[in-house]
Design a protein around this ligand. Sequence first.
Ligand SMILES: Nc1nc2c(ncn2[C@@H]2O[C@H](COP(=O)(O)OP(=O)(O)O)[C@@H](O)[C@H]2O)c(=O)[nH]1
Ligand SMILES: [Mg+2]
Length: 237
Amino acid sequence: MTPPEPAMIEPRILEVRTKILKKNDELARDMRDQFQSAEVLVTNMVSSPGTGKTTLLREMLTRFVAAGDRVAAIVGDLETDNDARRLAESGAPVRQIMTHGCCHLEADMIEEHLEGWELSELDFLFIENVGNLVCPTSWDLGESVRVALLSVTEGEDKPLKYPGLFNTSDVAVITKIDLAIPCEFDRNLALENIQSVRPGMQVFETSAKTGEGMDLWIDYLRQKRNQLIGTVGSIGK
Ligand SMILES: Nc1nc2c(ncn2[C@@H]2O[C@H](COP(=O)(O)OP(=O)(O)O)[C@@H](O)[C@H]2O)c(=O)[nH]1
Ligand SMILES: [Mg+2]
């Protein structure tokens, strides 16, 4: 049998993809409503593998736990539960999603892994996405804050090469700033590149190793949660 012409296959693939994405978006919208009524700030952390998501998140969770905040985390990887074990060192409840080849997390995976957790007993839920700069950008997880992370070891031009990530994120974090000098990281150029892709984007600079910039970053997340509570309060009035 002669295989069909590519032009005949593509519209069908596109149609199926659009339907799947639509289903994801509908579920994500419902989940966002639930998160907001439960007053839990959900943050989705997106970057390439090795940017320092797990190391930063472990430090964040440790600080939140020490301050008495109610936090939990879900982490996605293709294989292994290594990151969940590293994050659990903070004392926070953590669940691992193994995607077995899927390059991003989807809303139904989060919904499934939330089972048994009472949302109203959480202040913050953090999601570490699968390390990838492209696929996670199309998949809404119901988060209130999407963070694009970029490390000083990756080069300053990531925002120019992957504008989709920066355009769909609320805030950017530059990680591993303790390595900026040995890596000859051009901070001004990186900031300029972020601003050229996403004018006005707020950027935090952190080192999970030295703790630099952590307080400001955590304050930002607290402010976001206060805003979320304010919104829920005003809807209820
Ligand atoms: N010097 C330094 N190394 C870091 C920092 N954050 C992460 N790393 C290292 O970068 C590597 C990848 O970090 P990891 O958190 O696993 O990245 P992920 O793949 O984005 O989750 C590990 O060897 C970490 O120890 C940091 O702030 N400073
Ligand atoms: Mg990780």
